[in-house]
Design a binder for this molecule. Sequence first.
Ligand code: ATP
Length: 266
Amino acid sequence: MTETQRSLGPLLIGLTGGIGAGKSTVAALFRARGAAVVDADAIAREVVEPGEPALAALAEEFGHGILSEDGALDRAALATAAFASPDRTAALNAIVHPAIGDRTLARMTELADHGVVVHDVPLLVENGMTARYHLSVLVDVPEDIRLERLTTSRGLDRDDALRRIRAQADDAQRLLACDAVLDNSTTEQELAAGFTALWEDRIAPFSRHRADGTPAPIPAPASAESADGGESPSALDAAGARLVARIEHIASAVGITCTTTHTAGP
Ligand code: ATP
C-alpha cells in the first residue's frame, strides 16, 4: 500500500441487492480478490448477542420477555413488542442503530490498511446510503427469479418470500441508485464473468488511481454510432443525482452545507 493510499484509506464499495439476489455469492468473489467484506446483517446479529450492551438495553426497554431462557434474544418476542406502535419501533431503532453504527465504524477502522473494503448492506438504497461509498454495486435479479431461488434453494414459504421482497425497494429504484450492476439472472458462472469484468475494468483501475494519486483518464465522448445504444436520459439523470449526492456527502463531512438542489427529469 502506498502512502497516498494509506492517507486516503481503502476504496469503499457498497454492495446491495434484493433479498436472495446473490450478495453473499458476490461477497465471496470480492474476498477471493483480496477485498475485506463487512457484513451488515452479521453486525446487526452480533450487537444483540448475550453480553452485548444493546441486548441489556433492549431488555430494559421492552422487558425480560424478549429474552429466551438461555438469555439470548427472542426475535419473535422483540418483533411483537417493537412493532406494536411507531414509538416502540423508534425506541428499538434508538438502541440498535447506534450499536450497529459504532460496531461498523470499529470494523471499518480495523480494516483501514486494506486496499478495498466492501460493505454488504441489503437496505443500502432504502436507507439512502449509496453516497457514502466510492462505488455502489447492485446484484440485480428479476423478482420472479429471486422468488424461485428463495423458495427452492432456501426453502422459504412463497408468501413469506413475497412479503420480504415487497418490503424492500423495487428493482427500478435500485438500478437508478447504484453505480454498477452485476446481472445474476442466469448462472453463477455468468455472474463470476461479470464480476471479473467489473473488477478488472473498474475497481482495480479505481484502486490503482487512488494508490498512485493520479486522476482516472477521461473517457472519449460517445461516438455517433453508439448514441442509440447509449444511456437513456433517466439513467444520465440518475448518474447526475448520484454525483451530486456524493459531493453533498463529502461536503457535509467537512462541515459545508450545500445549497444546490438537483431535480431529476426534464
Ligand atoms: P440474502 O438477501 O438472503 O442475504 P443474498 O443476496 O446474499 O441473500 P445469496 O445467499 O448469495 O443471496 O444467494 C441466494 C440463493 O441463490 C443461494 O442459495 C445461492 O446459492 C443461490 N444463487 C445465487 N446465485 C445463483 C445463480 N446464478 N443461479 C442459481 N442460484 C444462485
